[in-house]
Design a protein around this ligand. Sequence first.
Ligand code: G3H
Length: 255
Amino acid sequence: VLINELSGLRVLEMRLRENLSLSEVIIVPGDSDKEPWIKNEMGKAAAMRLKQELTGHHVIAVTGGTTTASVAEMMTPGTKDQDLLFVPARGGLGEKVENQANTICSTMAAKARGKYRLLHLPDQLSKETYLSLMEEPGVKEVMELIHSASIVIHGIGDAKTMANRRNSSSAVLEKLEREKAVAEAFGYYFNQKGEVVHRVRTIGLQLNDLKHSDFIMAVAGGSSKAEAIAAFMKHGPKKVLVTDEGAANKLLSGT
Ligand code: G3H
């Protein structure tokens, strides 16, 4: 039974990889919406896949969220020839501390026995503050590291869920509704076609910067995220997706 189940998953992975034009898809059994522990399984699969990339020196940028937090928890120490530096992909997005990129980045570094650098920034920045912070030497230094990241690990969220979780203003909530936002990643909100309809102003990786990274891994699952995953993957960058059966089945059924 187990062998059949596994080969079923391999077929699902292949179909989803083609369907979303990704370079690689890893699917864990179950649906994390129904069984929350499945998120840990995604975390484990993502950490194992990530470790294959980690020989020599790497700067790894990570985003916030409960799913990337599971990846961090599942990281294990590397070998002596590794020199790993973890950085948050972007500054504050309005998340609780346990879901912030900074927290996840430091946990991941501790578990992998790597180093880390953090971005200490307030969440909602005015344009003036944003521009002057960008001139701070300490911020500039971390920004350069973030831009040099060869590996990026990120979550994908349902737009409404993320906007509510981050206590977004009613003006932002209305805008997202009006623009029919369905997905969120890196603080950017996307409509069904994968077009950016809103973004949170914070420093760190901008969407366009991603084309410079060699290895980009999205970790997102649960059937409720199917539409969000499809929308984000239309925008790209199209690399590696770690997801669960719940999201994969819904994505392939086209609903
Ligand atoms: O950007 C995406 C979100 O951070 C995903 O959050 O993993 O808690 O669903 P989540």
